[in-house]
Design a binder for this molecule. Sequence first.
Ligand SMILES: Cc1cc2nc3c(=O)[nH]c(=O)nc-3n(C[C@H](O)[C@H](O)[C@H](O)COP(=O)(O)OP(=O)(O)OC[C@H]3O[C@@H](n4cnc5c(N)ncnc54)[C@H](O)[C@@H]3O)c2cc1C
Length: 286
Amino acid sequence: MKISSVDLSKITTYRFGGVCKSFIEVVDKEDLNKLNEIVLGKENVIIGKGSNVAFSDKEFQGNVISPKFTTIEEKSETEITVGASVFLPDLARYFKENEFSNGEFLIGIPGTVGGAVKMNAGAYDWEFSDLVLYIEYFDLKTSKIIKLSKDNINFSYRSSQNLDNKIILSATLQIEKGDIHKIKSNLANFNKIRKNSQPPAIYNAGSVFKNTKDYKAGKLIDEAGLKGYEIDGVSVSEKHANFFIAKKEAKSLALYKLVQHVKQVVDNKFGIKLEEEIIFIGEFDL
Ligand SMILES: Cc1cc2nc3c(=O)[nH]c(=O)nc-3n(C[C@H](O)[C@H](O)[C@H](O)COP(=O)(O)OP(=O)(O)OC[C@H]3O[C@@H](n4cnc5c(N)ncnc54)[C@H](O)[C@@H]3O)c2cc1C
């Protein structure tokens, strides 16, 4: 187990965050067993690729736990167990190389399997929960490793339940062989759609707000006239209004302020309360 002081701005896609003096890299089950004393009574945040989070600019006083579980194991013709730290675009490519279908939607989501389980990441009418059979996690409270079936996670749109204070170690996914031409054409198509509709993966964390069956957050923000609106170096993307882009020197507080402003304007104009998909971590004083 490695514990070090890390500048959190170096490990998230937004490049936001202060120092964390207790950044814990966990590589195996032996490391997990050593966590008990360290995590007790502290705020503990588990981090994957940091592609859905915005840390405060202030020092983070708790522990940030970074699991490093990267194995992929085919258990049978229908099941595969994937380590929580596997990068989703790599998983999409693994699926393609093995001619497994249904993983193409992961190609442009720059997070990990652990993050995809927690967030129920999805795109193009697919959600990670469509693939999940069960997961294995380490419970920070009881120090036990538990298997949890999909039914007990209660997945819904960009949301999961019963996973707080738990380090997801792996996810067992259902696999099926598909038509390689179809897989390749889906991958190319999804890459193209993303390139045309979204800004690149730097200095943002994907969709800021959740969509619902009644509205698309980006459309509301656009119709509220907020495309390009900027606060202290963070602005609503001109390309996709549900992406907020930070300039290199911008601070997390500016994103926080922009999110509050956009929520207020959309509420005033449409009477709709947008819900954040991005997770703010730490203190944000306006
Ligand atoms: C350019 C861009 C495009 C994006 N497009 C999409 C998209 O199309 N669809 C989509 O759904 N999302 C999208 N996202 C958001 C993001 O990539 C996903 O939510 C992804 O699943 C987050 O994974 P992560 O490893 O980065 O998680 P992090 O951001 O590190 O963490 C997110 C949450 O998951 C938890 N978590 C992470 N790993 C673990 C673990 N091992 N155990 C327990 N909890 C864990 C964290 O504690 C936190 O609550 C996009 C982001 C960017 C920057």
